[in-house]
Every structure is written in C-alpha cells, then in structure tokens.
Ligand binder design. Sequence first.
Ligand SMILES: Cc1cc2nc3c(=O)[nH]c(=O)nc-3n(C[C@H](O)[C@H](O)[C@H](O)COP(=O)(O)OP(=O)(O)OC[C@H]3O[C@@H](n4cnc5c(N)ncnc54)[C@H](O)[C@@H]3O)c2cc1C
Length: 412
Amino acid sequence: MTDEATVAAEVETWFHEAWDPDLGLIAWRTRLLESGWAVPSWSPTWFGRGLPAWADRVAHTTIRRLGGVALPLGAGASLAAPTLYEHASDELNRRVLGPALTGAEEWCQLFSEPGAGSDLAGLKATAVLDGDTWIVNGQKVWNTSAHHADRAILVARTDWDAVKHAGLSYFVLDMRQPGVEVRPIRQMNEHSSFNEVFLTDARIPVADVVGEVGGGWRVARATLAHERSFAATRSLALPPAETGRTIAEARAEYEAYNATYEWYPQRQGRPDLLPARAEAAGRADDPVLRDEWMRLEAFRRAAGWTAERARVNRALGRPPGPEGSIGKLATSEVARRSHALHTTLAGANGMLTTGDDPVDAVVAEVLVSTPAQSIAGGTDEIQRNILGESMLGLPKEPAADRGVPYRDVGRG
Ligand SMILES: Cc1cc2nc3c(=O)[nH]c(=O)nc-3n(C[C@H](O)[C@H](O)[C@H](O)COP(=O)(O)OP(=O)(O)OC[C@H]3O[C@@H](n4cnc5c(N)ncnc54)[C@H](O)[C@@H]3O)c2cc1C
C-alpha cells in the first residue's frame, strides 16, 4: 500500500534528476507529463500512475516545495482535462489533453447563456450536423478568459425533439475561427474577466463531440463537479523565487492568469484584512464588533473543517456528499459577513478607489466583488435546492418542462 510519504519521496528523487531551470515551461511540463507525476491518479496511458486521488496533491506540493512548477491554473487543466479524461474518446484526448495540461493551449467554458445559468439545461445554442461537421449558432455569456482562449468546452442543443436534458451534447470548440466572436464585459469592480461569446456558423468536426451525442448533460455535470472542487482549492500563489527560464515563463504565465483573476481574493471578502483594519480604526476593543468578528471566524473555521472532511472522503474514494454545496454556501456566507464588517470599519472610506491608503482601494473592491461569490459555480439558492432535494429528500421543484419535447417549451 503506497502512502503519502513514499509518494513524496519518489517525486523528490525524480525531481532532482529531471528538473532543469533553463528548459522552458512547456518543455518542462512535457517532461512532467511523461514521468506520470503530472496527474499520478490517472492511468499510466494518460500521464498518470494509477495511484489514489490524494497522490495528485502530494506530487504537486512536493514539486512546488522543491522550487519547481506543476500544472497551470485555469479552465484547461482544472475543468476541461479531467472531464475529457473521463468522457472523451482516445482519439480526441490524444490531440487535446497534453496541450491542456502543459498550458500550451488555453481553455474557457462556454456553458451559460442569457436565459440559461441556474437552469443550464434550458440552453438554446444549437448545433446541427452537416456532413462530418457540426454547425453551431447561439450566444453564450459570463465566459471567463474567453478573450484569450484557444479552445472551449461547449454545451449545445442537438435535438429539439428530445426532452430538455436529453437534447444536449458536449463539444470541444476551436475558439480561433471566424464563427466565434468574443466581446469582453466590463464589471462593476472595473475588471473585465468575462465575456459574451457569439457563435455564428461556428464549426466543430464530428470527432470533437465528448461522450455520446445527446449525452451532454452527464458530461456537463462532471465539469460542474470539478468546478466546485476546484473553487475550493484554487491557489493564486506566485511561482517560487528561483531563477532560470522555466520559472521566468511560469511567472509570466501567472501574471497573465492573474490579470483575469486578481479580484478573486476580494470576492471572498478578505477576512484576513480585518484585524489590521480594526486596529487602524481604533476599534479592536469594540465588544459588538468583536462579537461579530468571532462569529465570522468560528464560521470560517468550521467551514474549513467541512472542506477538509470532503478532501479526505475524496482521497478515500468515497462518493461526493453534501460538502460541495455546503462549502460553496459557507464561502458565500464568509464573504457576506466579512463585507459587512469591512463596511462598518471603513465607513465612507470604503468607497475610495484611490487615495493615500492603498488598503481603502482593496476594501472598495471587496464591497463590489463579494456578490460574485454567491453566483459563480451555482448560486446560493441553487445549492440550497440541491441540498434540500438530494440530501433532505424534499420534493422536486415543480417544472413545466419535464417529459415533453423541448421544442414545445424551450422557444420563447
Ligand atoms: C465570477 C463568475 C465567473 C463565471 N464564469 C463562467 C464561465 O467561465 N463560463 C460560464 O459558462 N459561465 C460562467 N459564469 C456564469 C454562472 O455560471 C452563472 O452566472 C450562474 O450559473 C447563475 O446564472 P445566471 O447568472 O443566469 O442567474 P439566474 O439563473 O438568472 O439567477 C438569477 C437569480 O434567481 C435565482 N434562481 C434561479 N433559479 C432558481 C431556482 N430554481 N430556485 C431558487 N432561486 C433561483 C438565482 O439564485 C439568482 O439569485 C460565471 C459567473 C461568475 C459570477
């Protein structure tokens, strides 16, 4: 039986032989893929070693601890790759998995539409088969990083006569083609991390369907499950302060990535800033404030333990429980409580986006970014519906679109 210490020791031995600071980032990650330490929980055919799920974390943290670089952040390695590994054909995976894991190609997620976010299965973008090519028309929205993506994971309706969920298929879309128009959206926090994407006769070869035609909902659910676990573990740490071409390129990659995501810590409410803010405001002894603050801290720690239990369950190969939805709700609650405390402490200064105190600008960004926490990756209300229906056994919501061809309900 392999244990964490043995895996860490094996990774360390391999790393000392393989690491070359001047190799360049993509060449280094190609070497990592070939070694099986990129995703050791995957099969040896696909960059793995058939080890338990926890081995991925052990390998990545060991590589980072030794001053190296593991997989890229972003939708390619965290959402597309694990979904395709589980559901795509070998032929498709041979073309796209490697570049997704090395970061040679960037990915985005084209799921949401103006009328289909929470009700994702109600989407209307349509793919029609023409010979050996699917022709796609429709509009997607809120697509993070679509403005520099090479490829997308896309869900589109392929059968309007099937019932709602059965008419969907899951595709890999080449973003660099004339039928794809990406328009950035300006957010209220002044950042622009997501986009509208207009698809006008965009083309997808038949070989780039993931899973069965009409089986897209099952594949999309796999992506959403990966999205929730990724949201809980996303780390924006800078690459180590080593020198050499590989690290320099990793740093440039990180900075480009962070240009899209730099407000994400603020969307979680920045509770870490509260102690210094309370001191600066001379209110660290205020009993009412301290009471609220301790409530927040107790909640945050309890949520951390729930996330830890979920991680251990996953590592033991147990089926996912309610922790994903509970963790998502807890993160929203921490963001909201932290937002309220920042507002109390900052007063009118919380509206300053520039000025002498750079922290004021961060607080201002917190105040307009936290609402996103309760929306992205499934809203709070939807998490409560999931918990109510699947964990508490409450009756399903009434729906007029069950059991009838989507053509009869979906248009208009
Ligand atoms: C930071 C961020 C990044 C994102 N990145 C991407 C991306 O890369 N790709 C992508 O495809 N999408 C992305 N999204 C979109 C996201 O998935 C949707 O915003 C989300 O699913 C909610 O959908 P919606 O915005 O259409 O809201 P709606 O579904 O219209 O919901 C509006 C309100 O109604 C409530 N509501 C809806 N249905 C119910 C119900 N049945 N019961 C109770 N209340 C309900 C909701 O909780 C919400 O409060 C991103 C969103 C954010 C905030």
